[in-house]
Ligand binder design. Sequence first.
Ligand SMILES: Nc1nc2c(c(=O)[nH]1)N[C@H]1C(S)=C(S)[C@@H](COP(=O)(O)OP(=O)(O)OC[C@H]3O[C@@H](n4cnc5c(=O)[nH]c(N)nc54)[C@H](O)[C@@H]3O)O[C@H]1N2
Ligand SMILES: Nc1nc2c(c(=O)[nH]1)N[C@H]1C(S)=C(S)[C@@H](COP(=O)(O)OP(=O)(O)OC[C@H]3O[C@@H](n4cnc5c(=O)[nH]c(N)nc54)[C@H](O)[C@@H]3O)O[C@H]1N2
Ligand SMILES: [Mo]
Length: 680
Amino acid sequence: MHVLRDGFGYHVSGDATFPVNAGELCAKGFTAAQTLEHPDRLRTPLVRVDGKLREATWDEALARAAAGFDRIRAARGANAVGVFGSGALTNEKAYALGKFARLALGTSNFDYNGRFCMSSAAAAQNRSFGIDRGLPFPIARLAQTDCLMLAGGNVLDTMPPIRRYITAQRERGTLIVIDPRRTELAAMATLHLQPAPGTDVVVANAILHVLIAERRLHESYIAERTSGFESLRRVVEREFPERAERHCGVPADDLRRAARLLADAASAIILTGRGIEQHFNGTEATHAFINIALALGLAGSPRGGFGTLTGQGNGQGGREHGQKSDQLPGYRSNSSAIDRAALAEFWGVLPDVLPKPGKSAYELLAAVGSEVSALLVMGSNPVVSAPNASHIASTLASADHLVVCDFFLSETARLAHVVLPVLQWAEEDGTMTNLEGRVLLRERCVEPPLGPRSDLTILRDLAARLGAERFFPSDAPPAVFDELRAVTVGGRANYFGITYDRLRDGEALYWPCPTTDHPGTPSLFEDTFATEDGRAKFFAVEMQLADETPDADYPWYFTTGRHRDQYLSGTQTRRVATLAAAVPEPLAEMHPQLAERCGIQNGSSVRIASRRGAVVLRAKVTEDIRPDTIFAAFHWGGALCVNVLTSDQLDPISRMPEFKMCAVRLDPVHQKSSSGGLAL
Ligand SMILES: Nc1nc2c(c(=O)[nH]1)N[C@H]1C(S)=C(S)[C@@H](COP(=O)(O)OP(=O)(O)OC[C@H]3O[C@@H](n4cnc5c(=O)[nH]c(N)nc54)[C@H](O)[C@@H]3O)O[C@H]1N2
Ligand SMILES: Nc1nc2c(c(=O)[nH]1)N[C@H]1C(S)=C(S)[C@@H](COP(=O)(O)OP(=O)(O)OC[C@H]3O[C@@H](n4cnc5c(=O)[nH]c(N)nc54)[C@H](O)[C@@H]3O)O[C@H]1N2
Ligand SMILES: [Mo]
């Protein structure tokens, strides 16, 4: 990526020599420079005095931030101080933030927004393969596969540069898309399965049922490379396509056709996205698709593979370096005594000093104001992006001490006691790890403005004020990366051989990369899986109903996702004029039959209510969605925040919230009614 400056400001362009995207950027990428000099950019720390945020010096703001943590820790114990991190952070920052939580604060209660993103995918891949790397193979393989199945991913909107791989794949073979909406991708597919939200386990099990019934399994692969197939077979043998059809609404013949398209192809790849993972049973849903990939002998084979599409900029690296309490840097586990001892030795502390796993992201946010009195937020805006958002807005508003590091005054920062303004992506160095497990160096390309500071500097300075100076010898990204590399030796995500110099030389380095002359590992699992016995594990999973499903009072499914021209909680993209003009508000997508039944016209206002809250949005009446389902994007706060509707039921394995299904009712809003309308 290049950033140039002319009389109109900064401009971003792609790097045509970079193989992953061949220089192609999405609308968010090439407009990203508009956030650098945006008038809303925070340039001075803010502190809350007499209920209001006012400007402060760095000294005052850091002193207040640290004093608040110290006071609460002394009064209520270290676990009363929480930390909430992000997949937007570089590897260096993710590592430093986890170290800060463990050693400067000593708390068990830290997690990050990736719990809302990749946790179900990660849990399932770890359990089945022993390692979680989004794609265990280079992304270019997508273009070379005869059959591609994408379950719950809308990649043409959420990863636009992937289009060239999908177009090439489509020219060569067949594409199966599983989505309650007919997205542009689904419209391109050979076969589009349109299940009711939250019923993907049924879809996958029925496909596997057909593969078993029609004897299309890869028997020798199952025998030699996997374990657990027999108990799965017993479960899946009951999942007749006709029975599945009754649960998920996908015609039985389409389920059969999906199985045959997969089995007939000489090579096949199965990918999952948030559509199947962000559910109370998202880990099991991911297993259901891994099961198909294993039954066909695809994972770790040149004939195909299984992968998940990583979300945020550093969604992959963000989950490898210890910014969540159940996991240690280098993708080590905090439940393993060996892993704890290795890290403790490296950091020069006794293993007992390392806090045990604490609360997961939603549980942590929900505990603020009660068990947790203080919170440090770095790189997230949970007031907009957490499920059951009005509840989270009220818990955060009741914090004794909320410190937010951001470059804009996000909805979350508005509630803070201390706001620390940070540098942006173009203004400092750092590494990110992409969805293929390939480490990228993002070098500083513009002069940092006066005022904001790096997250790394803030962590070092806070640590010094908390008496933990010796653990943070440097805030320079290369020095922090060198420490991270050394810590990962012996871990599953071994980065030791990856250096800034090698990355600058343009080497394509995929972890694990244990030595500086090691070429990295573009493809995993070719000979063995990373499980204890080297075999990939089948998991017998069955459809379960969520706590909440449509009923007489709340008769429709509501699901959420993204728009191509907005990003996550919208703090950045809502401030970019071209993007805000292209997509100024969330629309409630619904089928003409549903609209008619509820007395709603295209473009009119509709009140959507769940058991937790209500929003008024404008309706987009479209045939591209199931007649029992409403979809809206979650990029807005305030009166347009759709997360006030979503459910906070959590996946028992991954602790992922149920973002993709809740039960709602719909009522037309007459423009003059007292309940408001868009002006709310
Ligand atoms: N433009 C844009 N791009 C982004 C982002 C963004 O905010 N904006 N965010 C980034 C991040 S962090 C992430 S995690 C990725 C996410 O990337 P995706 O997973 O592709 O995105 P989503 O829109 O959340 O969900 C994908 C699809 O799942 C469908 N879906 C909803 N419920 C269900 C269900 O129950 N079953 C099935 N099978 N499908 C369902 C939705 O209709 C939607 O089309 O995108 C990344 N890219
Ligand atoms: N209903 C519904 N809700 C969802 C989802 C869904 O599909 N449906 N998806 C979930 C998913 S997958 C995700 S990833 C989450 C994400 O949701 P959030 O965690 O809220 O992510 P962002 O909107 O990217 O918030 C990042 C904030 O950090 C700031 N920021 C960016 N980079 C940096 C940095 O380097 N340092 C610091 N200090 N700040 C920075 C930005 O300005 C912004 O305010 O939303 C989740 N919420
Ligand atoms: Mo995400």
